[in-house]
Write a protein that binds this ligand. Structure first.
Ligand code: FAD
Length: 311
């Protein structure tokens, strides 16, 4: 059995495991895909103190840092069920898809999230070559260029406002007949001169020249006509889904978006179970934030163990 079991091997989980191992706790880390979303990222320019790195390189460095310690890394292992301890200080159980059941006095959940995809031709092919999901990360790469933002909820409209200050022109594309973002954001957006808003518009394709994105095709849902917008970038903002489906019946408190609810100490509603990073209610989903949150969850697990676990 583990003193600390980390579920998820992205920036949050890697940070958590290093912190608890450094406290001398028997630490395990089970990850469906060690590295997490970082593996799908190309250029990273906002990981402070590292002006530029690339996702696969950062993922290798996470792995190397974890390997410096006596951490039991279980890669390619998917957790399917969490059974919380019956008493405070007792063992929690995490069941894996392969049938194994892992026991631990504390669990740190760091299973991250995934961006919802459009599922149209060109989106996957031009990922990181014009198709982007994170305006904080990739906005500056499109300085002075033309981009579209797909999605008229709060995150889409916020992204469009953010990008309008950096890029040359923004086209916001919403499937519904109206935007769903807060009115104050909509007003701000409509006051910006370099923004066009298209509603009732279904994105049907992202086009490119083989190298990079060069346009977007949408269908006007009223007339059925297809139109092309020439541009250099497409930001998809139709939702970030936390990887918490497997936690639904565990008794763990989740937000209405499915995020694990945590307090300022990364504690969940269940004693001895902590959570960190993109799978939680923490605002702003970023690498540097996930690492900070993972470290925080680890220190909270440490505090819990010295108070509650029998030797
Ligand atoms: P994740 O990185 O999502 O890791 C989750 C881990 O949990 C993975 O190991 C996964 O396999 C595992 N997992 C999931 N479900 C289970 C399960 N049931 N059982 C076991 N393991 C499971 N952020 C920046 O700061 N800068 C950037 O430039 C940047 N660019 C990005 C570009 C792209 C294309 C994407 C998708 C994201 C980008 N981000 C960027 C966001 C950043 O990657 C995330 O905020 C960060 O990775 C979150 O870390 P995490 O550890 O919380 O989760």
């Amino acid at each position: 059995p583990f003193e600390v079991l980390v579920v998820g091997g992205g920036p949050a989980g890697a940070a958590a495991s290093v912190y608890t191992a450094r406290k001398g706790f028997a630490t395990g880390i089970a990850a469906e895909r060690f590295g997490g979303q970082v593996l799908d990222t190309m250029g990273i320019e906002n990981f402070i103190s590292v002006p530029y790195t690339e996702g696969p390189k950062l993922a290798r460095q996470l792995e190397a840092h974890v390997a410096e310690y006596d951490i039991d890394v279980m890669n390619l292992q998917k957790a399917v069920k969490l059974i919380p301890a019956e008493q405070t200080g007792g063992y929690h159980t995490v069941e894996l898809e392969n049938g194994a059941a892992l026991k631990a006095r504390t669990v740190i959940l760091s299973t991250g999230a995934r961006w919802r995809n459009l599922g149209v031709p060109g989106e996957f092919e031009y990922r990181n070559r014009g198709v982007a999901y994170c305006p904080h990360c990739d906005g500056p790469l499109f300085k002075g260029k033309r981009v579209a933002v797909i999605g008229g909820g709060n995150s889409g409209v916020e992204a469009a406002i953010d990008l309008a200050g950096i890029v040359g022109h923004v086209t916001l594309v919403e499937f519904d007949t109206k935007l769903r973002a807060d009115q104050v954001l909509q007003d701000k957006l409509r006051s910006m001169k370099n923004v066009d808003v298209l509603v009732n518009a279904q994105t049907t394709e992202v086009t490119g020249d083989g190298e990079r994105v060069n346009g977007l095709v949408y269908k006007d849902r009223a007339s059925g006509e297809e139109h092309t917008v020439e541009l250099e970038g497409v930001f998809v903002q139709i939702g970030l889904v936390p990887n918490t489906e497997w936690l639904k019946d565990s008794g763990l408190l989740l937000s209405k978006f499915g995020e694990v609810a945590i307090d300022s100490h990364a504690a969940t509603n269940l004693p001895g179970i902590f959570a960190a990073g993109d799978c939680t209610t923490v605002p702003y989903k970023q690498i540097i934030i996930a690492m900070g949150e993972g470290s925080k969850a680890a220190l909270s697990a440490f505090d819990f163990l010295i108070r509650n676990a029998n030797p």
